[in-house]
Write a new protein. Sequence first.
Length: 242
Amino acid sequence: MDDGVKIMAFQKKRIAIMLFFTAFWFTLFYVLGTVELSLTVAVLEIGMGIVGAAFIFTLLRCIITPLIFGRAFCSWVCWSPGVFDLFGLYKSKTNLRRNKWLYLKYVVAALLIFFGLRNLLAGNANFPTQQVSLMKDISVIILGLLFAFPFGHRNFCRYLCPPGSLIAYFSKWGLLKIEGEITKCKQCGTCKTNCPMGVSAKSYVQSGDRIYDRECILCGKCTDVCPENALKYSFRRDKDTW
């Protein structure tokens, strides 16, 4: 089996896992009820209600999980990106550049948190109906695919995703990261050219660091395409980032 086939096989397996979670989350949200509603049943006994349930869900997904697994949630578990990556498997824009618009998702998240807290304090905290949530998720997928050609198939994740911004922020201190062997790295730039998030792994390898870039979603594309097999997953604490 040649390298190209191996790369395609690994990415297909990862995308298959994501599509499974796409079906799982959509079933949980729109067939069996919202995640917030499901979690509320578990926390009602301690008097936290639906607001407490939503808080627990956000805490687990956006803070605790990235402190352990980095942004792996974004490339292995999240619902919409499974469709994005399936598209990118065959029509992927390469050599993405970093720009100031990457910070837009943090602004979007800050505004949502501000208005959410304001409504909560005012006693007007309401969760969207299933119909509204479904239209929102479908709109995200459609817009993400429409802008895939000019901005890359992960454009929504890079620029707009509010939960992704929180996950990205805390992922810097995550235990799971990708690291490289400086003796193998030839600085060819293949990793950056093929990264769906525009991360340059070679700069971290040459400095002797693991990739703690907040845009890294741990999809493993760089480990696949590296002609020297210089990159791999690792799980440990980084002294320099804590």
